[in-house]
Design a protein around this ligand. Structure first.
Ligand code: G3P
Ligand code: CA
Length: 293
């Protein structure tokens, strides 16, 4: 009888002693984290500010984007600039400043000439005076403003890979977690591979027509040299996502601005969405808490 009482007292003491540990562990317990659907600010926060301007990138960082997308092209004198189109007519006042230089291809202008252009007013007069930034200026601005958001660089033309890698290396951002690369040009990604450290992902972008012709062959090809695929929104299905994941490929989708699409894609398990409105992913946050099917 006496032995049982001692044993009971011993058990109680043990329980009381371990209680703080149990409570602390319970408080620290986190539900297993859902794979993250990354929010990629498409051309910066291009729904709120003129695409590919320092304002657009700054805003994307303020909106907690997971990545800032930068399309990169080269000028006539080989300077790397942040610009989507091959010509300057849509996003600058080039037709006014250089009326006789149609079709105003970026590659026909030196950086000095480009710096005379206004890349903001077309979007809204509030942004008058914004210029076409160089990739160097983009990285410097983000560093100067202590913005720690990785870049998602798209090489818009083959042949600039070495210059892009050298510039990012110079700034110490050519490393895993600081940059990711994408391109519609497979040869550009293949040229990048030997220039970048292990673990820096390469994403092969595909257009809608390509996405609709022969998914498995395409994924097989891409899996040889890339770490993921960039799919246009209309082409994305659960089968695509499953097939790509089955080959160890990430799936990023462009361009997703409607909340219902954000939620749908997140529920499908896509790994990233390009959006002009990095401030809209409330649905993604909600989706992240949902169990994945
Ligand atoms: O890179 C994803 C998406 O940006 C591709 O299309 O034309 O906007 O560069 P685009
Ligand atoms: Ca792009």
């Amino acid at each position: 009888m006496r032995r049982i009482t001692v044993f009971r007292i011993y058990l109680c003491a043990l329980f009381l002693l371990s209680l703080p540990i149990v409570l602390a562990a319970a408080a620290a317990w986190q539900p297993p984290s859902q794979p993250k659907t990354a929010v990629i600010a498409h051309r910066g926060a291009s729904g709120h500010a003129p695409e590919h301007t320092l304002s657009s990138y700054r805003l994307a960082a303020r909106m907690n984007a997971d990545y800032i997308e930068v399309d990169v092209r080269a000028t006539k004198d080989g300077k790397l600039v942040a610009l989507h189109d091959a010509t300057l007519a849509r996003t600058t006042n080039v037709e006014t400043v250089y009326p006789h230089r149609s079709p105003w291809r970026v590659s026909d202008f030196s950086l000095r000439e480009l710096k005379k252009l206004d890349a903001g007013s077309w979007f809204d007069p509030r942004f008058a005076g914004e210029c076409v930034p160089t990739l160097d200026e983009v990285v410097r601005m983000l560093k100067a403003e202590r913005v720690n958001v990785p870049l998602y660089v798209e090489t818009k033309q083959p042949g600039i890979e070495r210059a892009v890698a050298r510039l990012l290396q110079k700034h110490g951002v050519l490393q895993r977690g600081s940059v990711m690369f994408q391109s519609f040009h497979p040869e550009s990604l293949q040229a990048l591979r030997p220039l970048i450290p292990r673990g820096v992902p390469l994403i092969q972008l595909v257009g809608e027509k390509e996405a609709r012709s022969g998914r498995d062959e395409l994924l097989q090809q891409i899996a040889v040299y890339a770490d993921g695929i960039g799919l246009p929104l209309p082409a994305v299905t659960e089968e695509w996502v499953r097939a790509a994941h089955g080959r160890g490929l990430m799936v990023h989708v462009y361009t997703v601005n409607e909340p219902h699409d954000l939620a749908r894609l997140c529920a499908m398990g896509v790994d990233g969405v390009f959006t002009d409105y990095p401030d809209r992913p409330g649905r993604i946050a909600a989706c992240r808490r949902l169990p994945r099917h």
